[in-house]
Design a binder for this molecule. Structure first.
Ligand SMILES: Cc1cc2nc3c(=O)[nH]c(=O)nc-3n(C[C@H](O)[C@H](O)[C@H](O)COP(=O)(O)OP(=O)(O)OC[C@H]3O[C@@H](n4cnc5c(N)ncnc54)[C@H](O)[C@@H]3O)c2cc1C
Length: 271
């Protein structure tokens, strides 16, 4: 994951551990999204932070689900020292929703919205394929990473830009930020039916931008941004999605719209 910018520092959870959760539900919610819901007793150890809270997702290999034991910075070394056939597949995902009381059963649940994206050969990536086929009882590992949406106090308005991989984060930010600060959100989606209901907030407008068939990723959102009428005064921008989109947004805002570099948090979610 590429990132930069002073405001881009993470707010990490105070304590964290590797948690094992079980799939309790799976739903195809739109043409390009599958929502997987996980639960299980270990989730009582998960501390929801709202906003764009993200986590490391670990998927089992044929030998089952093995997770690092260390929870300080050394977990990465431990992970890469695992033999290839027992090292879990690790990817990054967003908490789309957290409920203390589950809808599928008792106890806490987390919803994760997976984009069913394809690679250059037309095949689903491992995490996307796992989500498409996830069945009740399947296990995943979760390692909380906290949030990156950290607006400075003096920012009078906010701009959120992302592609479909950032839809869960942008919806989470809007749902968590109930302070009435004016917010303009631009979300590029592959299909018009991939738009999701987002909690209505005073002063928040969501602009759904549909990417044309075969069009380059991120271009539609950047085009919409270039013609957007944005509020005056210092704002804070948060951008995520394909690396090209995230860094393109930052370059445009700093170069053409007078944003201070420190007022833009941008994160490449994939490349
Ligand atoms: C902090 C953070 C939060 C994220 N939250 C979410 C989330 O909630 N939902 C979500 O769907 N994704 C999310 N992502 C993006 C997700 O981690 C990547 O898309 C990831 O690469 C998917 O893993 P995979 O195993 O399916 O494909 P990979 O094996 O990683 O990739 C396979 C191929 O597909 C390409 N690729 C990867 N992602 C995409 C894509 N979206 N569109 C087109 N091509 C792609 C790669 O370049 C590669 O060629 C998040 C990323 C970060 C860093």
């Amino acid at each position: 994951m590429a990132r930069a910018g002073k405001t881009g520092k993470y707010r990490k959870p105070e304590e964290r551990e590797f948690l094992v959760a079980q799939v309790v539900g799976r739903k195809r919610i739109s043409p390009n999204f599958v929502r997987v819901t996980v639960g299980g007793p270990a989730l009582s150890g998960f501390r929801p932070m709202g906003y764009d809270q993200w986590f490391r997702l670990f998927l089992p290999t044929e030998r089952g689900l093995r997770l690092p034991k260390r929870t300080n910075g050394l977990w990465v070394a431990e992970y890469f020292l695992m033999s290839k056939d027992s090292r879990p597949i690790g990817r990054n995902y967003t908490v789309r929703a957290h409920r203390e009381q589950g809808t599928y059963g008792e106890g806490p649940e987390i919803d994760v919205d997976f984009v069913l994206h394809e690679d250059a050969k037309g095949e689903l990536g491992p995490a996307a394929a796992w989500a498409r086929d996830a069945a009740a009882g399947d296990e995943i590992g979760i390692f909380d990473e906290g949030i990156t949406f950290l607006p400075p106090r003096d920012a009078g308005w906010r701009l959120l830009v992302g592609d479909e991989t950032a839809l869960p984060a942008i919806a989470g930010i809007i749902g968590s930020a109930d302070d009435g600060v004016r917010t303009e959100a631009y979300i590029e989606i592959p299909h018009v039916d991939d738009a999701q209901p987002v909690e209505p907030r005073d002063g928040t407008t969501v602009h759904w931008v549909t990417r044309g068939e075969g069009a380059p990723y991120g271009e539609a959102a950047l085009t919409a941004l270039r013609t957007a009428s944005l509020p005056d005064g210092p704002g804070y921008a948060w951008a995520a999605g394909g690396q090209r989109l995230a860094s393109g947004v930052r370059r445009y805002l700093v170069g053409e719209r007078g944003f201070d570099k420190d007022a833009v948090t941008f994160t490449g979610y994939w490349r």
